[in-house]
Design a protein around this ligand. Sequence first.
Ligand code: G6P
Length: 586
Amino acid sequence: MCSIIGYYGNEMAAPIIVKGLKRMEYRGYDSVGVATESNGQIVLKKGIGKVEEVNSKIQLDVLPGKIGIGHTRWATHGKVTEVNAHPHYSTSGKIAIVHNGIIENFEVLKIELEKEGYIFKSETDSEIIANLLQKNYEVLKDVKNTIIKTVAELKGHYAFVAMFENGQLAAARFHEPLIVGIGKNSYFLSSDVLGFIEQTDNAIYIENGNFVIIDKSKLEILDFNGENVKQEITKVSKEFADAYKGDYAHFTLKEISEQVDTIFKAGESTKDAIKNTANQIKNSKNIYITGSGTSYNAALIAKHILGKYAKIKVDTVISSELQFSSDLIELNSTLIAISQSGESADVLDAVSIAKKVNCKVISIVNSLTSSLARESDIIIGMNCGPEIGVAATKSFTSQIMIIYKITEELAKETFEIKYKEISESISKILENHDQIRHIAKEIKKISDIYVLGRGIHYPIAIESALKLKELTYIHAEGIPGGELKHGPLALMDSNVFVIIINPNDTTYSDTLTSAREIKARGAKIIGISDKKSDIYDYWIEIPKSNEISYPILETIPIQLLSYYAALEKDTDPDYPRNLAKSVTVK
Ligand code: G6P
């Protein structure tokens, strides 16, 4: 959602903070700001837009001082305006804060503080933290007690960093991530290790309900009652520093291309986790799989594959919906939670509901140090490297590969993953940029695209529609082939494009029949298949394969098509409007 960062050290703070914010921009990117402390004064700059844009306009990185805080925003309370951008000063200007999360009781607190003369400039819930800190600090005159009193008064989910005019930094964590980076003579406070990975790989993952004070180069970690807490330093993987586009025009294109390799690596970073998962599944009466967005679409693939090949029945639940059907989760079951970031609030919420009824939690996650990983009994790492593009690409195929590995473990006789063949086929599809780019030009003016698939190809149709929505802002919808005549056929005319996911397997002829019915109504057809047909206006060829490999192979051209259509529409494929990579609010 938003990213927060704090720096305390011997170097100029602002350039370091701006660098860290650029790396964390995936968390939110509608506005940005930096505040630093210099000679007992807090100075602040902020603006609307991405870090690079704002920095080139107002030079966020030339603020004075060696202590500072910064923020990238994804608006929740209040429009995208400069005033609503963080950091926020307290009324006196002696404290500034950056915040990630939601303060649920901000309206009540605001009324009280306004009565006492505190002034609010923004529409945000966050500004309340600055003024509440000021109020408590003026009475208690001590940062530690001020934080204890303030967090006791706040309700919601938050991580914030506060900078005091005397150069002290404090940060608190309540259900939003907060990580301390420990450098040589410096400290970082950040939402993600990416905020400081270039400077240090020593990190402390602050536990929920704890806070940190940094003062005169001394770091103190305390719980919300003020008791000192000992927390271990973890070495974070330097691999996550590898968040550069290299020669690619966008992260999204780089990440699509990396799938040639990432499909081999899925699950490899966590020894025995696949075996342990298979055992847990075998011994559990009920299995539920949950996720949000793309990760939920991977759960739908899991349901199909585990059912068909391992004869294991699983229920899938969209994470944000679990709270409304929590009674369905039976005692002592297993919940498999799929999440690239491991920080999606909806997924974490689903996990906490399942834990209340004593479920074992298995996570399929890319960030092994994420909140989800730390809540899990078994962790399977996607191991696909940092995914920066907001729309998930390589993490989706890694999730599918992990599901396949689990299935292979459970059904050795009937299920075989042909890694090399899949990888070579991905390479072949990736050679097809020119044709896909040409089709992207054709779809750019269209307002509706439908994607049709049957069986295991239906989840791919939904995922394809999601990719098109996220990257191109074109309305797109996945349709199960057989349902066409039960409604969607009414929408077909010469103004729409329909993508037919039609590999040459048991779904082929039924899906071709659907394509014929659509074509008869004048819609344009893009066929994704290993078999040519005259029905297709555009045929995107995928190599001949089998039911297990097809879902991965079908995904690649749709990712490329969405990417190129985004370029044609002049939208930013890495940072689609209104979205965030890691949605840490409910
Ligand atoms: C956000 C992203 C989606 C992603 C979803 C789940 O909504 O924009 O692309 O699929 O979160 O993310 P997760 O990290 O839990 O897999």
